[in-house]
Design a protein around this ligand. Structure first.
Ligand SMILES: [Ca+2]
Ligand SMILES: [Ca+2]
Ligand SMILES: [Ca+2]
Length: 211
């Protein structure tokens, strides 16, 4: 590319009949062209960054959606099979009882299907005693409340929804004497507790046990 100074370009434009070849840009034209290219480059970088950020947010939202659906579905499946359930006064803990052997009557009441052979639990754990600090809030599951081992279903970011308990047992269908026959499950998951962009989901379900 050939650059001409402004004087040379002006001379050429003043004498268009000249046979001397003259091609290229003046310095000012070149400066303007470079400026335009820089603006286009900056816009391209900003656009790519915006697209990447958007894709990341969508992926994170899918993750919290899947986790919330999986956990609530897992709890509901166990509730359906339980023969008894109750929650503590805070609503942070749900306890389920199961009959482990339909061929024996372990409590000798004449029914083989209603024995509380083992108990399982789901617990909303605040970590530091504070529900509002979500970074260490988790939900863990015990396959037997008499053992110390537990499994974290939601490792962090668990939220309690306003004015409702996480677990709230009730009698929704007629009267039943073996504890509540239904439980409301309400919680949220917050991803982004570190101050970056956040993705959230809130789950509210109600499930009735079948036994
Ligand atoms: Ca029994
Ligand atoms: Ca039994
Ligand atoms: Ca906490």
């Amino acid at each position: 590319m050939k650059l001409l100074n402004n004087t040379a370009v002006a001379r050429r434009r003043a004498n268009p009949q000249s046979t001397t070849p003259c091609s290229g840009f003046s310095l000012s034209e070149f400066t303007v062209a470079v400026g335009i290219m820089m603006m286009v480059g900056a816009a391209s970088v900003a656009f790519v960054g915006f697209v990447n950020s958007g894709l990341s947010n969508v992926a994170t939202q899918n993750q919290v959606n899947q986790k919330a659906n999986f956990v609530s579905g897992a709890i509901m499946n166990r509730v359906r099979d339980a023969i008894y359930m109750t929650n503590d006064s805070t609503g942070n803990k749900l306890v389920l009882a199961f009959d482990d052997n339909p061929n024996t009557d372990s409590n000798n009441d004449g029914n083989k299907y209603n024995d509380r052979d083992h108990y399982e639990s789901y617990t909303f754990d605040t970590g530091d005693g504070l529900e509002d600090t979500t970074s260490d809030n988790r939900l863990y599951y015990k396959t037997n409340i008499n053992t110390t081992s537990s499994m974290a279903l939601i490792e962090r970011g668990l939220r309690k929804l306003p004015s409702v308990k996480v677990f709230d047992t009730t009698n929704s269908v007629g009267s039943i004497t073996n504890g509540g026959n239904a439980v409301r499950i309400s919680f949220g998951i917050l991803d982004g507790w570190d101050g970056k962009r956040t993705q959230t989901i809130e789950i509210k379900n109600m499930v009735v046990r079948r036994n």
